[in-house]
Design a protein around this ligand. Structure first.
Ligand SMILES: N[C@@H](CCC(=O)N[C@@H](CS)C(=O)NCC(=O)O)C(=O)O
Length: 200
């Protein structure tokens, strides 16, 4: 299978999952401005929605949307995701949806916003979400206790605060969390592959 990615974008989350789950894969970088891949392929022919991540399976099917890709990947590695009828599974989906709609979109949208009152307001809206995350992570290594798909996604999107100059000084537990996840060998590998020159 092949993951279409942009360095440090939300596609880092399935990239981390592929490595953490030990799944063999290829990567193809996408230029979002031209919608071409590094090999010159028309990315819109792969994902007509025009955004990463997209996962092309060996049978030609393409899975899009980060959460669907994460859950698909987990299905490929036995015992890596709780039984869909279990309480743990509901907690995992709850976490993934929170990360997608509140953290990914809450922080990600700032990349394309002009400086000004609207951007400041959007930044303010993130604060209670960060406070909630800090509270959830108090005394825990990972969001749901052990490392799960939720951490692949949360690490990827929470890390954007660094690119956007959003201070985490009020939440040392979040900085420690980012450092802890970055230090995992498979995560460090994914960061190195996406950023061959500078890793952060
Ligand atoms: N709904 C999609 C959103 C993915 C997304 O936000 N992708 C960003 C990178 S993090 C992107 O490729 N944006 C380019 C665009 O929207 O044209 C998902 O959850 O996977």
């Amino acid at each position: 299978m092949k993951l279409y990615f942009v360095p440090n974008a939300c596609s880092l989350s399935p990239h981390i999952a592929l490595r953490e789950l030990g799944l063999s894969h290829e990567l193809e970088r996408v230029d979002l401005a031209t919608k071409k891949t590094v090999s010159g392929k028309d990315f819109l022919a792969v994902n007509p929605k025009g955004y990463v991540p997209a996962l092309e399976l060996d049978n030609g099917q393409v899975v899009t949307e980060g959460i669907a890709i994460l859950l698909y990947l987990a299905q490929q590695a036995p015992d890596s995701v709780p039984d869909p009828r279990s309480w743990e599974y509901i907690r995992l989906v709850e976490a993934l949806n929170f990360i997608s709609t509140e953290i990914h979109k809450g922080i990600g949208t700032l990349f394309s916003m002009e400086d000004g009152p609207a951007k400041e307001k959007a930044k303010e809206k993130i604060q209670p979400r960060l406070a909630y995350l800090a509270q959830q992570l108090e005394g825990k290594d990972y969001f749901l206790g052990d490392f799960t798909l939720a951490d692949a996604y949360l690490f990827t999107t929470l890390r954007w605060t660094g690119f956007l100059g959003i201070s985490l000084a009020a939440y040392p537990v979040l900085t420690q969390y980012l450092e802890r996840v970055a230090a995992r060998p498979h995560v460090a590998e994914a960061l190195q592959v996406e950023n061959p020159v500078a890793v952060s």
